[in-house]
Design a protein around this ligand. Structure first.
Ligand code: BES
Ligand code: ZN
Length: 464
């Protein structure tokens, strides 16, 4: 029986009913043990030093940390060395993915006018000049009876994928492709994956595309020059960092694992102080805080790479765990964007929008600490998703609404709030400890008076 379940609201207790068989006994006696619980939470809270979180955010946010870049790798080494300085043996898990380096030069001129093109992700580099030929939606049949040899295909967005349009045009002999939007403005698209048969491909606005179609329909010969330089597709390597705190006592190992996670990569051009140096620095601090706490559950602290490219690191982690190892994971607390001064209140997001062990534990702890439970809702594309999709209770901790600096060069340390960091670290730290602390530790709560509590009896010498 976990002590703090006693402090749950009636609603939360009902929710706990859904975890029958996972080791929860019936809640006891309402709030009678409040003093004991407060002191128990205090063991975690006393150890949290928000300046350590802040300073690690400051360190990590000096440069963007794009997946597979040198800067991401430097962050990985830093995170590893921080874990090691707390006494952990940290593992670095490498994984590969198909990457794309965006071109540094993208130009499209038609009869001397520049058309402000955007490159497709996975376009190859190249320089081509040729006659424009309109090929409708770019389906295979749209090229029937047309000679595209050495020409540039002009194609409208819609019906089939951008990748298929470019592939079909290339097969028909085109040396370049321009795709125009089917709604106002330009588009920012991807060809889906690299392909050796692709030719340089860019997008333009609907208006510009229609104007070109008009010219061609009037029988004009239109010559275009397309330049894409610096684009590069290929396999890249990113890394996850994993530090595990095994149960304190082998005889009291409940066999379960709680994961506390973040992503350490950022989008290009963004220092990512809040997204997500904040979550990463908090994972580090919680690892430091919990290092010498007595626990019967394994705590696994993980920072993932390549989240911003589609949750690649966390998917790799979950997909490569043996089934029996995955089975042991009881919960995922995922910290992503947990410190912005300019964002809204803390919310939790779950894959299916339902309460689960993570939201229950964090609602109980936030209620104890702040007098109100942190709300939860569906959604959030972050690293809790691969866990949630495997049926593991998982939640993203994030502030909502998002700050205006999200994914911009302005996501910097000056926008970070120590109050927000402190609040989230306390809620998550005490929730994790609630579950992971020994079930039968110390005297029975009911007999315990607050002033009799052993203040710090389980701690080894303090670290750092
Ligand atoms: N840190 C954000 C998390 C997030 C969740 C932002 C919900 C906004 C709403 C994360 O790094 C992110 O930017 N995620 C991407 C998707 C990801 C799969 C590339 C997003 O939400 O656009
Ligand atoms: Zn992001």
């Amino acid at each position: 029986m976990k002590r703090f379940i006693a402090a749950l609201t009636v609603t939360a207790m009902v929710t706990f009913g859904t975890f029958g068989g996972t080791g929860f006994a019936q809640p006891v006696e309402g709030y009678k043990n409040a003093g004991y619980e407060a002191a128990f939470d205090q063991r975690v809270i006393n150890r949290i030093n928000v300046d350590y979180i802040y300073n690690n955010i400051d360190y990590l946010q000096q440069t963007p940390r794009v997946a597979a870049s040198e800067e991401e790798y430097a962050a990985v080494q830093y995170i590893k060395s921080e874990f090691e300085s707390y006494g952990y043996a940290a593992d670095v898990q490498a994984f590969e993915f198909m990457g794309f380096t965006a071109p540094h030069t993208v130009e499209l001129t038609v009869n001397g006018d520049s058309l402000s093109p955007l490159p497709f992700t996975y376009t190859p580099s190249g320089e081509v000049t040729g006659e424009l030929e309109y090929a409708g939606l770019g389906r295979v049949g749209d090229f029937d009876g047309k000679n595209l040899e050495g020409k540039i295909a002009l194609i409208q967005r819609g019906e089939i994928s951008f990748g298929d349009k470019v592939f079909n045009a290339s097969r028909a002999g085109a040396k370049g492709v321009i795709i125009f939007n089917n709604t106002a403005g330009n588009l920012n698209g991807t060809l889906g994956a690299a392909n050796d048969e692709f030719v340089p491909a860019v997008s333009i606005t609907q208006d510009r595309g229609n104007a070109l179609v008009e010219q061609l329909n009037q029988g004009e010969t239109v010559t275009a020059s397309l330049t894409v330089l610096g684009a590069e597709s290929g396999m890249r390597t990113s890394h996850n960092v994993i530090a595990s705190k095994k149960p304190t006592n082998k005889n009291k190992d409940n066999g379960k694992v709680i994961t506390v996670t973040s992503h350490h990569d950022s989008v290009p051009g963004a220092p990512g102080a809040n997204d997500n140096a904040s979550g990463t620095a908090m994972v580090l601090e919680l690892a430091r805080v919990m290092k010498n706490m007595p626990t019967d559950t394994e705590l696994r602290f993980i920072t993932f790479g390549a989240e911003e490219l589609g949750l690649i690191g966390s998917r790799h982690y979950v997909n490569t765990l043996p089934a029996d190892e995955l089975e042991r994971i009881e919960a995922n607390f995922n910290l992503d964007m947990v410190g912005s001064r300019d964002a809204g209140d803390l919310v939790m997001r779950t894959v299916n929008g339902q309460a689960n062990l993570v939201t229950d534990l964090a609602q109980a702890s936030s209620l104890r600490l702040n007098g109100e439970p942190t709300p939860f809702a569906q959604g959030g594309s972050s690293d809790h998703v691969p866990f949630g999709e495997r049926g593991i209770p998982a939640a993203l901790f994030i502030h909502s609404p998002l700050e205006p600096w999200y994914h911009t060069p302005e996501d910097t340390i000056d926008k970070i709030s120590k109050e927000k960091l402190q609040d989230v670290a306390q809620i998550v730290g005490t929730a994790v400890y609630d579950y992971a602390s020994f079930d039968n530790q110390g005297p029975k709560p009911k007999k315990q008076k607050k002033q009799d509590l052993p203040a710090d009896m389980y701690y080894e010498e303090s670290i750092r």
